[in-house]
Design a protein around this ligand. Structure first.
Ligand code: UDP
Length: 495
């Protein structure tokens, strides 16, 4: 026994080596676990699909987000969009099954884009806007049949179909606002929000937060949200019949009140000459009650290309005569003082982008001059200059631009100064501006009411601290072995 103890005292190295090896293994294991545990898992994604059934067309959007973050900080991004061929679903009132058929191509594309194993858990929504609102007003059973056809077609796909419905104007406005502010990262950070201006074919929406609006005046324009721990009192209004296409009907109805055979329209280019049918012009509930008695079947629609006169006709589609609130936009609708930056999308963007007018630092007078020159350009020349633009769109940009300017300045009261607060946008960080993303975020509860709890340290900080601590422990451990070192150097090794 004593001989053994003597041996150990004389030769402490085996024990020391074992302790060092165990210490090193423990430290390496500690650091490895810290690094591995916090390493982002191989990224898995979830998907959501929204169909925007607009008045003039339907579009499909696919959204994607990291699977492990779907309820808090995960950024939802648009990964794919598909424009459905043909008109909006409301145009299939007399052939409802065709409305369902029309969606199949884009739906097949979606089947390819979303990974097969995610199909069954991918929610699929269809939201219809003002085109279907109008059809529903005009012919409820036709609208129901269109929905039946569309639902039948969508149920055949392997996604988790969550239903097709008409959005209210308020939802359309509010979800457009949510989309813009979510994509701009303004909600999570609690920053000042951006207002949303949406111009569709059949309706137009304005939504913004104004510090002088708390919802008590005209409560029907108020939508309240609690998002990421912040309360928002949003003002929103949707003007049915004031989308670009229906507003044009209102403008043409102004000029065909007496049922003439020919009109010389200041909002169309000089040389434009088309025969149009009275029943097509007056086929929507926005104008149907104004159809002139005893009008001929058709009228010749000729262009005059005069911006000022066009603005005069366009102004007449707005009613500025009555306002029972402290202030109004038009048609007796309350509107608080405009506040903050605004994002203007859909047809606002299409039209202003076509005319190279998306830069709002251009003074309003220069904008007017540009539209004036464009409207005065002969139709033949316009067509020759834009051979690749669809004639249906091309013929309407003079009216479209005049309408946008009049709606913004006369309707919503934007001034030469506040006009520069507007940004004409199509996409934000790769996702289209519109109501669809906000709608999906809401239905999937993806924006929490309260700010999510964040770990006290970021991943890199956590790993660095654990590594540093491990190194310090190791040094401490080596230092604690100092008596052994001394003994070793004092007693020469026995061979
Ligand atoms: O390249 C384009 C695409 C659309 N539009 C017009 O933009 C408006 C809005 O179209 P959208 O289909 O987005 O509106 P919705 O049908 O959803 O109301 C309609 O008047 C379209 O004619 C346009 O001028 N240029």
């Amino acid at each position: 026994m004593s001989a053994q103890r003597e041996m150990k005292e004389k030769n402490p190295w085996p024990v020391t080596i074992i302790i060092i090896v165990i210490g090193v293994i423990a430290i390496v294991a500690l650091v490895t676990v810290a690094v591995l545990q916090n390493m982002p898992l191989s990224q898995k994604y979830k998907y959501g699909i929204v169909l925007d059934a607009g008045s003039s067309h339907t579009a499909l959007y696919i959204y994607e987000w990291p699977a492990e973050k779907d309820n808090n900080t995960g950024r939802v991004e648009q990964t794919h969009s598909c424009k459905v061929k043909g008109p909006g679903i409301s145009s299939y009132a007399s052939d409802p099954w065709k409305a369902g058929e029309s969606l199949k191509e884009c739906m097949k594309e979606a089947e390819m884009k979303v990974p097969g194993k995610r199909h069954h858990e991918t929610p699929l929504y269809l939201g219809a806007t003002a085109g279907m609102r109008l059809l529903n007003m005009e012919n409820g059973s036709a609208s129901d049949q269109v929905f039946q056809a569309v639902e039948g077609a969508l149920q055949k796909f392997p996604f988790s179909f969550q239903g097709a419905r008409i959005l209210s104007g308020q939802e359309e406005g509010a979800f457009g606002w949510v989309t813009v502010n979510y994509l701009d990262d303004r909600l999570k950070q609690g920053l000042e929000t951006t207002g949303a201006l949406d111009l569709g074919g059949a309706s137009t929406q304005i939504s913004f937060v104004s510090s002088n609006y708390n919802g008590s005046e005209s409560p029907s324009n108020s939508v309240t949200f609690r998002l990421y721990g912040n309360n928002y009192n949003l003002y929103t209004h949707s003007f049915l019949c004031y989308g670009k296409d229906q507003a044009m009907k209102l403008m043409l109805a102004q000029q065909t009140k007496s049922g003439p055979e020919t009109i010389l329209d200041p909002c169309f280019h000089p040389g434009y000459n088309e025969t149009k049918s009275y029943s097509d012009l007056y086929n929507s509930p926005c104008v149907s009650n104004r159809k002139p008695q005893g009008a001929p079947a058709t009228f010749t629609h000729m262009g005059r290309g005069n911006f000022q006169q066009c603005q005069e006709v366009v102004k007449k589609v707005f009613d500025f005569t009555s306002c029972k609130y402290s202030q109004c936009s038009f048609n007796g609708v309350f509107q608080p003082l405009l506040q903050g930056p605004f994002g203007a999308f859909s047809a606002y963007y299409f039209v202003m982008n076509f005319l190279n007018l998306t830069n709002t630092s251009i003074p309003l007078d220069a904008v007017r001059q540009k539209i004036k020159d464009y409207c005065a350009t002969p139709w033949k020349q316009v067509m020759a200059q834009h051979p690749d633009v669809k004639v249906n769109y091309l013929q309407e940009y003079c009216f479209g631009a005049t309408y946008i300017l009049t709606l913004l300045t006369e309707g919503y009261n934007f001034t030469s100064e506040s006009y520069s607060n507007i940004k004409f946008i199509k996409k934000i960080k790769g996702s289209d501006a519109g109501w669809t993303l906000g709608y999906m975020l809401n239905l999937t509860n993806m924006i929490p009411a309260e700010a999510p709890d964040t770990p006290p340290l970021p991943h890199a900080g956590y790993v660095s601290i654990v590594t540093l601590m491990a190194i310090l422990l190791f040094i401490l451990f080596l230092v604690s072995l100092r008596p052994l070192w001394r003994r070793c150097s004092k007693h020469p090794r026995i061979i």
